[in-house]
Design a protein around this ligand. Sequence first.
Ligand SMILES: Nc1ncnc2c1ncn2[C@@H]1O[C@H](COP(=O)(O)OP(=O)(O)O)[C@@H](O)[C@H]1O
Ligand SMILES: O=C(O)C1=C[C@@H](OP(=O)(O)O)[C@@H](O)[C@H](O)C1
Ligand SMILES: [Mg+2]
Length: 163
Amino acid sequence: MSNIVLIGIMGCGKSTVGKALAKALQYQFIDADDYLVDKYQMSIPDMFAISEDYFRDRESACLDDFVSKDHSVIAMGGGVIKRAENHPKLKKIGKVIYLDRPIEDIVNDVDTSGRPLLKDGAEKLYALDKERRALYEAAADVQLINDGSVEDMVAKIKDHWED
Ligand SMILES: Nc1ncnc2c1ncn2[C@@H]1O[C@H](COP(=O)(O)OP(=O)(O)O)[C@@H](O)[C@H]1O
Ligand SMILES: O=C(O)C1=C[C@@H](OP(=O)(O)O)[C@@H](O)[C@H](O)C1
Ligand SMILES: [Mg+2]
C-alpha cells in the first residue's frame, strides 16, 4: 500500500498537513475537493446549491479514480465518511489517517467561506463532530491528535508511515 489518505472534520488540517506531508515524503498531493472542482468544472458551493446529494455522488465516484494512485497523499473532503460504502474504498486506496484536531482550535481559525455546511457559522462544527466522530473512527486505520503545529503533525504521520 503506497498512499496516505487523510480524513477528519472540516478545518482539522487535511489539506494543509497533506500538502506539507507530500512535500516531505516527495509524494504527489491530491486534494479531493480540488480534484472534483477540476473534474466537473464547478465550485463546491455550486454543487451544494444543486443538492448535498449531488456533491456526495461526485465525491463518492472520485474514490474510484484514486484507487490506481501510487505514492500519493490524498486529502479527502470532511464528509466522505457519511456514506458507509465509502469506508472500504478509502481503505483500498491507502492507509487511512483520522486527523483529530480539537474543535475549539478549529472554530478559532477555520475559513467558513467556500464551506457551505458552515454558512451559519463555525459553531456548527460541534454538532457535526457529534454526528460524525464515530464514523471517522470506524473509517480510519489510525487516529492521530493534531494539537500542535503543522510541522509536528507531519512528523507524527511520517513516524507512523515509516514504521
Ligand atoms: N496543527 C495544524 N494542522 C493543520 N492546520 C492547522 C494547524 N494549526 C492551524 N492550522 C490552520 O487550520 C486550517 C486548516 O484548514 P484545512 O487544511 O483547509 O483543513 P481541512 O482540509 O481539514 O478542512 C488552516 O488555515 C491552517 O493554517
Ligand atoms: O465536511 C464536509 O461535509 C465537507 C467538507 C469540505 O472539505 P474540507 O473538510 O476540506 O473542508 C468539502 O468537501 C465540503 O464543503 C463538505
Ligand atoms: Mg480540505
